[in-house]
Ligand binder design. Structure first.
Ligand code: UGA
Length: 442
């Protein structure tokens, strides 16, 4: 340990990643100034209100605000003046109508910050970007008034929504993409408590650091689509994908995580990241290397079609004049994020096929209502299921896993359920008189 003062930290962008990073950096003892261009968001965060649902984060936000170590601003000048280390955490969504990533927020953050940097500092990219992006941004930073004193590092983030605090404070690994030793030392100082706790550090170049992130998400998406492809084969053979994945999971080379078959992956990361990765591979002339990701995407989307087919089988061939209860709107449990939510995609398509759809989700109702105003929303799972001809469980919140088939059975019109996440016990539901269907299981 040195006696050097702790670096002052800024965070650009206060979405899921940035807000979590800012709060966790303050929790680690740093003075943190976080920026967002959205004034309403800055006002809410400054008042201790998190604009999205993330377990543990609201308490930690209020705790760190109370220490005086965490502040929020909309001013780039203030950020540039304040920070020794600037973390860029803005989003990189999919471009409309294309597979490629939209880098406009990253470019805007760097071009707004660079001309204001008057003294030596480290700018650290955390956003998920195509390989080669950092090299281009380094050129942009060289225009800063502080010149060579402004360095760049790429430090991808692997946090999962729903576990963001835990994943930030106890990550599986830290990846430092750096071009010089000084940048590595600064990052080591920032992450000193985590490194002291035994978190492994991988020090590498920019391109590798960028690739670690997209490769990790591509691998996870592939693992999910692999088991969903097996589910398709199970359906053709009468086999049970749940038993299959359970048996596979004992092989420690395979492992059981991300091997849950169902209606597949959604969210703001895996779908757009595999598409951006394919787009980048095309630009690099290695599109064949990633052509399998096209199949990963296709398998994933086919599961949603299959869920609709199974629902139709349950309702005897038609959705017209049919009441459908959809349990789940978030793309996964413990989140209010509905970006590319398989549940809402299925719900919306059923609506367009004539069903009367009632949706309930423990946290994502406001987001769902805003984005899918044509659907109807209920106040509880039981409410949604009232008089339903079929119940679709599409996001495996604990609340839905623990539903009592007898209690639900008392309010529905027909005891028919599709378990879109293989999260319910088929025997329990069938014994209670339900017609139970799932993906990849007899
Ligand atoms: C994902 C990665 O897991 C994080 O490591 C990464 O940091 C993050 O993207 C990101 O790039 O920012 P996240 O999008 O929060 O995290 O969600 P996941 O937990 O990966 O789940 C993604 C989707 O896969 C969900 O829709 C989930 O329901 C589905 N899934 C997950 C399955 O269908 N089966 C599984 O076995 C696991």
């Amino acid at each position: 340990m040195t006696d050097a003062p702790m670096p002052r930290v800024t965070v650009l962008g206060t979405g899921y990643l940035g807000a979590t990073h800012a709060v966790c950096m303050a929790e680690l003892g740093f003075d943190v100034l976080a920026l967002d261009v959205d004034e309403a968001k800055v006002a809410a965060l400054s008042a201790g209100e998190l604009p999205f649902f993330e377990p543990e984060l609201p308490e930690l936000l209020r705790k760190t605000l109370a220490t005086g170590r965490l502040r929020f601003t909309t001013s780039y000048a203030e950020v540039a003046d304040f920070g020794d280390v600037h973390f860029v955490c803005v989003g990189t969504p999919q471009k409309s109508g294309e597979f490629a990533a939209d880098l406009s927020y990253v470019n805007a953050a760097f071009s707004s910050l660079a001309p204001l940097l008057q003294r030596p500092c480290l700018v650290v990219g955390k956003s998920t970007v195509p390989a080669g992006t950092a090299a281009g941004l380094a050129g942009l930073l060289s225009l800063a008034p502080a010149g060579a004193g402004v360095r760049l590092a790429w430090n991808p983030e692997f946090l999962r929504e729903g576990y963001a605090v835990q994943d930030t404070l106890e990550p599986d690994r830290l990846v430092f993409g750096v071009a010089d030793d000084a940048s590595e030392q600064t990052l080591r100082a920032v992450y000193a408590p985590l490194i002291a706790a035994g978190v492994p550090v991988v020090v590498t170049d920019f391109a590798t650091a960028e690739l670690v992130k997209v490769a990790a998400n591509a691998f996870l998406a592939t693992k999910i689509s692999f088991i969903n492809a097996m589910a398709e084969v199970c359906e053709a053979t009468g086999a049970d994908v749940k038993a299959l994945s359970g048996a596979l999971s004992y092989d420690t080379r395979i492992g059981g995580r991300f091997l849950n078959a169902g209606i597949g992956f959604g969210g703001g990361c895996l779908p757009k990241d595999i598409r951006a990765f394919m787009a980048r591979a095309g630009e690099l002339g290695v599109d064949q290397a990633l052509s399998f990701l096209r199949e990963v995407d296709a398998i994933n989307l086919r599961r949603r079609d299959r869920a609709i087919d199974l629902a139709r089988e349950l309702t005897e061939g038609t959705f017209v004049d049919t009441r459908v209860a959809v349990l789940g709107a978030a793309f996964k449990p413990n989140s209010d994020d509905i970006r590319d939510s398989p549940a809402l995609d299925v719900a919306s398509r059923l609506h367009h096929q004539g069903a009367s759809v009632q949706v309930y989700d423990p946290q994502a109702m406001d987001n769902a209502r805003r984005r899918y105003p044509h659907l109807s929303y209920a106040d509880s799972a039981l409410d949604a299921a009232g008089d339903a001809d079929v119940v679709l469980m599409l996001t495996e919140w604990v609340e839905f896993r623990e539903l009592d088939p007898a209690v639900l059975g008392a309010v529905v019109a027909q005891k028919r359920i599709l378990d879109g996440r293989n999260a319910l016990d088929p025997a329990r539901w069938r014994n209670a008189g339900w017609h139970y269907r799932a993906l990849g299981r007899p």
